[in-house]
Write a protein that binds this ligand. Structure first.
Ligand code: 5AD
Ligand code: SF4
Length: 441
């Protein structure tokens, strides 16, 4: 039995793609191993969103080439594969085949062809709208949690972003399929599903199938209500986009207990001028209204965001606006990135006016501002009882169990292994930036 090691970089779409690849490989008679050194095949699922992420591919292949012992077969998957195609074979010696995001459903057969002696296979999908919508079952990151892609690709073309080029135009899975998958996962003991996509709010299926009878101001809010009606214990969704994030989504969360109280709503900048340069299509006023609405909600919604510092043309005054926004919003969590120019995007053609040193200074200052406001924001969880899905063993404490709350916080507590897979009431006793501790009540 050939052993395959799968390394994954990037967002939850890539994690989900890898889970489906691993499920298919397992079905085809391969052994998916966590041991890179003993693998016959190494698959690298790549991300191209920032230069650093892309660099990991080169480092990893270099490491394999210079390691002792027999060399494994190396396959490159994901966003870098989709963008670069066969040039990767020339650019990186030691790569045996390349499979883009669109052709991810064919990794098993391409691997078999390679093992049969065919060399340098490149598959970037035959049609622009191709995608593998199957569901990962045997090889998920958790037996109790499942990622369910509902929309693939992006039509927004934010000027810094490579995703519309790597993952192509938006296409949505019909709601009837999403509901069928949800019911099947529920039957198999899954407690929490994540409806995922680059921009789930612009979910727009070609058919009404599965949405009939569900009210809502957008197809996405109707989908949320339809999935909630399946009775699955918990539903989370990510990523949201401010331009398409309508109040109706918050209302759906308020109406259905199983729609979780967590929204990831990337703002990217606190300056309207920079948002325009980024072609985000929303203003800070509108964003603040969305935040205020969620903060006022009875569901105590946790809000997380992404921010880029040092976008071309970002002045000190623009950056100050971002600092003020972060102070105002008090995010539960904020992922802050230094702008990274991506060849092929419109921003790549703009003058990269902010020096590397200045980017670092802005990054550090914003991190500190965020940490201070996050600290205040997270205090509200102290002494609160959260419903935690017990997902695994925590190595941080003896008899430790770890899981996520409905508001998507990592919560550790002492408990018996028998609770794994169930939802436990945990009273929070200690709050840290990335995790919490509590006691079962
Ligand atoms: N440079 C830096 N950060 C980026 N992101 C996307 N493109 C870039 C880029 N060129 C960030 C955005 C996005 C997150 C997934 O990655 O904040 O929300
Ligand atoms: Fe990276 Fe974007 Fe591809 Fe996800 S979709 S892996 S973030 S480039």
């Amino acid at each position: 039995m050939k052993k395959v090691y799968l390394e994954t970089y990037g967002c939850q779409m890539n994690v989900s793609d890898s889970e489906r690849v691993a499920t298919a490989l397992g079905r085809d008679g391969f052994e998916v191993t966590a041991d890179a050194a003993g693998a016959d095949v190494v698959l690298i699922n790549t991300c191209s969103v920032r230069e650093k992420a892309e660099q990991k591919l080169y480092t990893q292949v270099g490491r394999i080439r210079h390691s002792e012992g027999p060399k494994p077969i190396v396959g490159v998957l994901g966003c870098v594969a989709q963008l670069e195609g066969e040039t990767l074979l020339k650019k990186i010696p030691g790569v045996d085949f390349v499979v883009g995001t669109r052709a991810v459903g064919r990794v098993g057969s391409i691997l078999n062809r390679t093992l049969d002696g065919e060399s340098e296979i490149v598959d970037l999908g035959e049609r622009e709208d191709e995608y593998d919508w199957t569901v990962a079952d045997t090889h998920r990151h958790s037996p109790y949690v499942a990622f369910l892609p509902i929309i693939e690709g992006c039509n927004k073309f934010c000027t810094y972003c490579i995703v519309p080029f790597s993952r192509g135009r938006e296409r949505s899975l019909p709601a009837s399929d999403i509901i069928r998958h949800t019911l099947e996962l529920k039957r198999r003991g899954v407690k929490e599903i994540h409806l995922i996509g680059q921009n789930v709010n612009s979910y727009r299926p070609e058919t009404e199938s599965g949405l009939e009878g569900f009210a809502g101001k957008s197809a996405f809010s109707r989908l949320l209500r339809a999935v909630a009606a399946t009775g699955i214990e918990r539903i989370k969704f990510t990523t949201s986009f401010p331009r398409d994030f309508h109040e109706d989504i918050v209302e759906a969360i308020e109406t259905h207990e199983n729609l979780c109280n967590w929204v990831h709503l990337p703002v990217q900048s606190g300056s309207n001028r920079v948002l325009k340069l980024m072609k985000r299509g929303h203003t800070i006023d509108r964003y603040i209204k969305q935040i205020d609405r969620m903060r006022a909600s009875s569901r105590d919604i946790a809000i997380t965001t992404d921010i880029i510092v040092g976008f071309p043309g970002e002045t000190e005054a623009d950056f100050r606006d971002t600092v003020e926004l972060v102070k105002y919003c008090g995010f539960d969590s904020a992922y802050i990135f230094k702008y990274s120019p991506r060849p092929g995007t419109p921003a790549f053609e703009m003058d990269d006016t902010v020096s590397a040193a200045e980017k670092t200074l802005r990054f550090l200052e914003l991190e500190n501002t965020h940490k201070a406001s996050q600290h205040k924001c997270l205090e509200r969880y102290n002494e609160k009882v959260l419903k935690v899905l017990a997902e695994g063993i925590s190595t941080r404490t003896e008899n430790g169990i770890s899981g996520h709350s409905t508001c998507h916080k990592v919560v550790n507590f002492v408990g018996d292994k028998a609770v794994l897979g169930s939802i436990v009431n945990v009273k929070i006793t200690k709050v840290k930036a990335n995790s919490m501790f509590g006691e079962v009540v």
